[in-house]
Design a protein around this ligand. Structure first.
Ligand code: HEM
Length: 519
């Protein structure tokens, strides 16, 4: 009897082992081979599949090479530095190509109609699954799909309405005042000019803006939370360069442990702020005038209207949304500001035109109200051109869930699609021979005239999942730039090295040392 039982256990064990071995083999070899055949049959080209790694080793090498070579200061053709492997793949295989992201193929999508289609049909094209490590960083709306995404978007939308953002202007103004005062102090210590690396200041500014606007009076705690999240982000960047196997990116154990510790601390801190806020709101002691308050208010309304808790967010979900505000809104906006300042340093004529406009609308001091910010036409053109040449997010990614028809292509499930914002924004066939030159006049009659209604300019994404914070970001950036222009002229320092690099967003590798002159 015992012998039979032991045979049975061994037999079951062998079957389980065989199933896992088959799954592994299918994931690492058979499935990629099938996808490869299917894509090639439709005219797409790419390198032959290499077991498990695909093109990842070459990809990582090309990033290292690109990182080691700064550009000429006047070179705005930055795609080879930001998406080096994509640029090489296009040179080798043409625009209709794919890249092996490990065992998954990633097809480049260039055509304006196809990009619109992918971004609009959000139920067909999902975001690729987050890895457990990026999940620790932040989940929230940007990682949800279908009904859950729709429910969260409905609850979040009111908090980002322009009228609500108007209430946050004084908080943004306060943060900008702090920053320009520090610059004024630095200049006055040296006389009338000084050299300053503005990059860390702009990062601090956008971090403070999010802390203040998200957490209102609890912003000091918010700042601590975001500092911890910044540390986490550094580990995630490290992990993103390693191989991803079935749900895991590999990080040294010590780092993994630290990520989990931070996650626990951050959750406890946000939970504390939420509890305080809910108590104060219930007691009528505070208005819902910060992002968290508005989000909680909108959540209560939704639950009350349906009389059902399932139509609202849980506290855990609210925590995730708060974490996401920081990741989605901080670095993206500081990157927009830093490249705009670098471009204006190199183009003093546009800097002068922008200043003239700011002084005309606001004078050299005074309150910067929303109406005035909305009237800044030259400044808006400059920001659009900076977003075109230096999009903070270089590419969007989606994945087919089932067999899907995209234009002429029949795509099987499990194919990744990359919409390379940076490459489309620099495409000569779309923008002309001067595509990589700074010419804000392209946007003199607005975005839809500049793009002829095509999906060729999409720094904030598009379709129903378009960036929820785009108005917030543009208002913040306009306020900051207007206050800088009111007080200083600026130029590149001789020590500036032009080296845009992709670190989740497009960042200046060696900072942005500028020479500031007090006006
Ligand atoms: C210049 C600044 C910004 C840029 C260039 C930018 C860019 C983007 C892009 C390209 C997407 C779409 C991602 C995709 O479809 O895969 C996105 C989504 C998102 N952004 Fe922004 N963003 C900026 C500022 C902000 C700010 C300030 C916030 C919030 C405070 C924010 C919150 C979000 C959220 C929550 C999503 C996800 C929306 C959804 O999935 O429904 N962003 N952003």
């Amino acid at each position: 009897m015992e012998i039979v039982a032991s045979y049975l256990v061994s037999f079951l064990f062998a079957i389980i082992l065989a199933i896992y071995a088959w799954r592994l083999l299918d994931w690492a070899w058979f499935r990629p081979r099938k996808l490869d055949k299917c894509l090639r049959k439709q005219g797409l080209k790419g390198n032959s599949y290499k077991l498990i790694f695909g093109d990842l080793k070459e990809l990582s090498k090309s990033f290292e090479v690109a990182k080691s070579k700064p550009l000429n200061v006047s070179d705005d053709d930055i795609s080879p530095k930001i998406l080096p492997y994509f640029v090489e793949a296009i040179k080798k295989h043409g625009k209709n190509c794919f890249i092996w992201f490990g065992p998954k193929p990633m097809v480049l999508v260039w055509d304006s109609e196809a990009i619109r289609d992918v971004l609009n049909k959000y139920a067909l094209y999902h975001k690729p699954d987050s890895t457990p490590i990026t999940k620790l960083l932040a989940q929230g709306i940007s990682s949800y799909e279908e009904d859950k995404w729709a429910m969260h978007r409905k609850i979040l939308n009111p908090a980002f309405h322009v009228e609500k953002i108007k209430n946050m202007l004084s908080a943004v103004h306060l943060c900008c005042t702090e920053m320009v005062s520090q610059w004024e102090e630095a200049v006055s210590m040296k006389g009338t000019s000084c050299e300053l690396d503005v990059w860390p200041y702009l990062q601090r500014l956008t971090s403070d803006v999010i802390s203040r606007t998200a957490f209102g009076s609890n912003y000091e705690e918010g700042r601590k939370i975001f500092e911890l999240q910044k540390e986490q982000a550094e580990y995630v960047i490290e992990a993103s360069r390693t191989l991803y196997i079935r749900g895991w990116r590999f990080l040294p154990t010590k780092r993994n442990r630290r990520m989990k510790e931070i996650d626990k601390d951050v959750q406890a801190m946000i939970r504390g702020i939420i509890d305080k806020k809910v108590k104060a709101m219930k007691a009528g002691e505070t208005n819902a005038d910060d992002l968290l308050g508005m989000l909680l208010e909108s959540n209560f309304t939704e639950i009350e209207q349906h009389g059902n808790q399932d139509f609202g967010m849980t506290t855990r979900e609210v925590i995730e949304e708060c974490k996401l505000f920081y990741f989605a809104g901080q670095e993206t906006t500081s990157v927009l500001l830093v490249w705009t300042m670098i471009l204006l340093s190199r183009h003093p004529d546009w800097q002068a035109r922008a200043r003239e406009e700011v002084l005309q609308v606001f004078g050299d001091d005074g309150t910067l109200e929303l109406d005035g910010l909305n009237r800044l036409k030259i400044v808006t053109m400059i920001f659009h051109e900076a977003l075109r040449l230096y999009p903070p997010i270089e590419a969007l990614c989606r994945m087919t869930k089932t067999k899907t028809k995209l234009g002429e292509l029949n795509l099987p499930a499990g194919v990744m699609l990359s919409m390379p914002i940076m490459l489309v924004h620099h495409d000569k066939e779309i923008w002309g021979e001067d595509a990589s030159e700074f010419k804000p006049e392209r946007f003199s009659e607005g975005v839809s005239k500049a793009t002829k209604g095509q999906m060729t300019f999409f720094p904030f994404g598009g379709g129903p999942r378009i960036c929820i914070g785009q108005n917030f970001a543009m208002i913040e950036a306009k306020m900051a730039l207007a206050m800088i222009l009111q007080r200083f002229t600026f130029e590149l320092s001789p020590s500036y090295t032009h080296a845009p690099q992709p670190v989740i967003t497009t960042q200046p590798q060696y900072g942005a040392p500028l020479v500031l002159h007090r006006l």
